[in-house]
Design a protein around this ligand. Structure first.
Ligand SMILES: O=P(O)(O)OC[C@H]1O[C@](O)(COP(=O)(O)O)[C@@H](O)[C@@H]1O
Length: 281
């Protein structure tokens, strides 16, 4: 018979993933990680209530945010919207070299009190501060699992040695390495970078050995169809979906775009067809 924790982890993961095993999750931790200037393209979205109301109305599967934003905006969520609370971040105010460390800013109990369904933390694999983040993730994951909560690792390789040896953090060998390190350190869901092709992203998915790999959205694309095509390739490569921030909240009217994304993620719809159906083309 399964331990209570295992049942809890399975049940809470289902709040994000539909029967197809895929999810589209909205990322809303930028006010801290990048600063409020990230919202300048559509300033009204700086109020988390405003943008969370829109993404929930559009049918998003889950949302990710820091504890303080959850306190402001969770009333906008539907009962079945998955809530992911991230417990680490860093500001862009600290010295550049220190930005290769994500620090812990909240605790597992805080996420539990807020009604989280999953708990997230970032590890910058390859950073000079990798050791600190490994320990941080281990402590968060161990306690979260004890309480029956799944843990999500934002596995973001970055550091001087990576650039020296591989040239860029998006090299598939690096991304694949980070995803595998996330699996081996106990992650139940992984978010990472696009590797440039379906073939190489498929290797990242394979290296994750069945732990769902989701795309980290990245900077907003001018043409929304370009992002829809990127997500389509992720799904074709075996990815489990995407966690998207700027490509949603930096668009004036994000709802049709989200609905098109949901068609691509959950119905394998052709990106241009999905865009047309939502009036984006
Ligand atoms: O590491 P970067 O490139 O600064 O981006 C970090 C941001 O990207 C995310 O992981 C995903 O958001 P985006 O879709 O805007 O890239 C956010 O959760 C996080 O704040």
């Amino acid at each position: 018979m399964d331990a209570y924790q295992s049942v809890g982890i399975r049940r809470r993961l289902k709040r994000f993933f539909r029967r197809d095993g895929r999810a589209l999750i909205f990322a809303m931790d930028h006010g801290f990680e990048h600063g409020p200037t990230d919202f300048e393209p559509v300033w009204e979205h700086v109020d988390p209530r405003v943008i969370i109301r829109k993404v929930v109305r559009a049918g998003i599967d889950g949302v990710m945010m820091l504890p303080g934003v959850a306190r402001l905006a969770v009333d906008e969520l539907k009962p079945d919207t998955g809530l992911m609370i991230k417990l680490t971040s860093k500001t862009e105010l600290r010295p550049k070299d220190d930005q290769l460390l994500q620090s812990q800013l909240g605790f597992v109990e805080d996420a539990v009190k807020l009604g989280a369904d999953a708990i997230a933390a970032t590890v910058y694999w390859g950073s000079p501060a990798e050791d600190v983040m490994m320990r941080q993730f281990a402590e968060i994951a161990s306690y979260a699992h004890d309480l029956g909560f799944p843990v999500v690792q934002f596995a973001y390789p970055r550091g001087p040695y990576i650039n020296e040896k591989y040239g860029k953090k998006e090299d598939y060998r690096v991304v694949m390495y980070g995803a595998r390190a996330a699996v081996e350190s106990g992650a139940d869901m992984i978010k990472t970078y696009w590797t440039g092709s379906k073939e190489t992203f498929a290797k990242v998915v394979e290296a994750a050995a069945g732990v769902p790999v989701l795309l980290s959205g990245g900077a907003k694309t001018d043409n929304p169809v370009d992002f829809l095509k990127l997500v389509w390739e992720v799904i074709e490569a075996g990815g489990a979906g995407a966690v998207v921030g700027r490509n949603i909240f930096q668009r004036e009217n994000p709802e049709p775009f989200i609905k098109a994304l949901l068609k691509v993620v959950h119905r394998n719809e052709d990106p241009e067809e999905a865009a047309k159906a939502e009036g984006l083309l």
